[in-house]
Write a new protein. Structure first.
Length: 256
């Protein structure tokens, strides 16, 4: 009898493990499909995800997230994220609000195309505003209504080690790579109601846009200052050269 109970217990454990693995695999596919379905509706650009792995113990790994560019821009994409680590409340997946304790995004690459007055990153943010109902049309709002009803809470979101690849007319056609300052957002969707996926994306993109614009603007200012210094230096050199010639001529006259 004990042996039978032991066998039954082992059998039940195996079944639970298999079911858990199946549930986790299903969640991976659901999340990937959700990102690639609703991401483009919110941003109005292509959004692809290579892989996502969700552990029922409360962690997740996201790999190969790529956000495309709006029409009219030449570079292949606007944002690419190699990987991101997520810590979450596993039981919240079954509730109306998914709670993410932390989201850590490392070494993302941002391609900034355009100028300070109009660029691909700002355009994506405008697209998000139009589809999330911030001044958007009825058609845009109807698109938002087709988004999932799940709400989110993100206690801490950190982006570190990012790079901004820049090529803008304001820098005289000069291409450069700038560091993206560390970005940290806390208490997104804190409270009972939480926030929508569109609101999460907008909050993150708004900070990314602001930090990118500031970095590009500072770089443009530095280039301008360097050019001014170089011009002043050249002017000083020419003036000094003229003075030296004048002094030489005076010396020759005096010697004569």
């Amino acid at each position: 009898m004990k042996k039978i109970r032991w066998i039954i217990g082992i059998g039940l454990l195996v079944i639970i493990v298999v079911v858990a693995i199946g549930v986790a695999a299903s969640l991976d596919k659901i999340v990937k499909a959700g990102v690639e379905t609703y991401g483009p509706k919110i941003t109005q650009v292509s959004v692809t995800l290579d892989d996502v792995h969700i552990s029922l113990l409360g962690s997740a790994k996201v790999k190969g997230l790529v956000v495309g560019n709006p029409k009219g821009y030449q570079t292949p994409n606007a944002i690419s994220v190699g990987s991101a680590d997520v810590s979450m409340d596993p039981f919240s997946i079954l509730s109306d609000k998914i709670v993410l304790h932390s989201v850590k995004i490392e070494n993302p690459e941002i391609t900034f195309e355009g100028g300070l007055s109009g660029n691909n990153i700002s355009k994506i943010l405008d697209n998000i505003d139009s589809t999330s109902g911030n001044g958007g049309s009825a058609a845009a709002n109807s698109t938002t209504n087709s988004q999932p009803s799940k709400k989110f809470e993100i206690d801490d979101l950190v982006i570190t080690g990012g790079e901004i690849h820049v090529s803008v007319n304001g820098l005289g056609g000069k291409e450069m790579t700038l560091p993206l300052p560390k970005i940290e957002l806390t208490d997104l969707g804190k409270g009972k109601d939480g926030i929508t996926a569109a609101e999460v994306i907008r909050a993150v993109m708004s900070r990314v846009n602001a930090e990118t614009l500031e970095a590009v603007e500072n770089a443009g200012r530095d280039v301008g200052n360097a050019a001014t210094s170089a011009a002043k230096g050249a002017e000083k050199t020419v003036t000094q050269g003229v003075n030296n010639i004048g002094q030489g001529i005076n010396s020759l006259i005096k010697n004569k």
